[in-house]
Design a protein around this ligand. Structure first.
Ligand code: DLZ
Length: 288
């Protein structure tokens, strides 16, 4: 039966009406249905949530509208800019309070876009109340063991991918003796070597590196499909993370760009993904 709550404020003058409408617009409120008639005007501002709350206690401000936000400092910045532009710097500082802690574990400030019309903006100090947003892997490779399977075909590129991958693993804390490099003739052979090494149980993740050049590779689609399917299948069936660093490029120039020139080094990125996944697997294992 209850449909909604609207806090209605009659403004003292048309100028105050315009000021408040301007202030709430720059704050980024979603606009509701406005109206302009001979006797009255209305500007509506929406929020995803609305409450009617009665408080038996002391409130930190005399504002009669409290707006909960998720980025209080940014809101404050916008409010200060608006005040400075509309009432000048000196008056602006009088119209906005310092941001202060409340006794309900949040921070708050109050602003008067028009004299005597106060709004308080507040945010929770810990909006997630201690709950992590998501379980994520870390980027420390300490204590992790890796196999890198790298194709010799297009070695001018794959060597660079290998350097990138090693750089990432060592810089992230992996020990040299915990990284083994397996060279295979071409991309076609990657899945078989990846599977074999994953099954030894002596590594925590496999990083696969290769390059397929569309222009120069006969049966390009067939090879690519089989390589990606094989790596994916090895990952699923062994349960070990397999990072996919097999480039599929139109030509050599594009491949070079992705091997350390203009578009980063995909070997580095693949190794980083492997580290993150090993860490994630360990965390999931620990919480199971
Ligand atoms: C045969 C072939 C071709 C045409 N192109 C590529 C390529 O672009 N990248 C690559 O890694 N390997 C290529 N290969 C080699 C195959 O992957 C495989 O090593 C051979 O067919 C031997 O099985």
């Amino acid at each position: 039966m209850i449909k909604g709550i609207t806090a209605i404020r009659q403004t003292s003058t048309p100028a105050v009406f315009d000021k408040l409408a301007s202030f709430f617009t720059v704050l980024g409120f979603e606009r509701g249905k406005d109206w302009d008639e001979e006797q009255s005007r209305g500007r509506a501002f929406l929020a995803p949530l609305g409450n009617l709350e009665f408080i038996d206690g002391v409130l930190p401000s005399n504002a009669d509208v409290f707006v909960e936000v998720t980025s209080l400092d940014s809101v404050r910045e916008v409010a200060e800019k608006w005040l400075t532009k509309n009432v000048g710097e000196t008056e602006a500082s009088r119209r906005i309070t310092a941001t202060a802690d409340t006794d309900w574990k949040s921070r708050i400030f109050t602003v008067e876009p028009a004299p005597g019309v106060a709004f308080s903006f507040w945010e929770w100090l810990d909006p997630l109340k201690g709950k992590p947003v998501a379980l994520e892997g870390d980027l420390s490779a300490e204590g992790m063991r890796f196999a890198i399977v790298v194709a010799r075909w297009n070695a001018v590129i794959t060597d660079r991918l290998l350097q990138g991958a090693l750089d990432c693993l060592y810089r992230s804390g992996a020990k040299k003796e915990d990284v083994q490099v397996l060279r295979v003739p071409g991309a076609w052979e990657i899945p078989s070597a990846a599977r074999k090494v994953a099954e030894t149980g002596k590594v925590d993740a496999v990083v696969t590196l290769g390059v397929l050049l569309r222009g120069e590779t006969a049966h390009y689609e067939a090879i690519y499909n089989e390589v990606s399917r094989g790596i994916g299948q090895s990952q699923q069936e062994t349960g070990l993370p397999h990072a996919f660093g097999v480039l599929t490029c139109e030509n050599l120039e594009q491949a070079l760009d992705r091997a350390g020139l203009k578009a980063g080094n995909k070997g580095f990125e693949a190794a980083s993904a492997a580290i993150e996944m090993v860490s994630l697997h360990r965390k999931v294992g620990a919480t199971a």
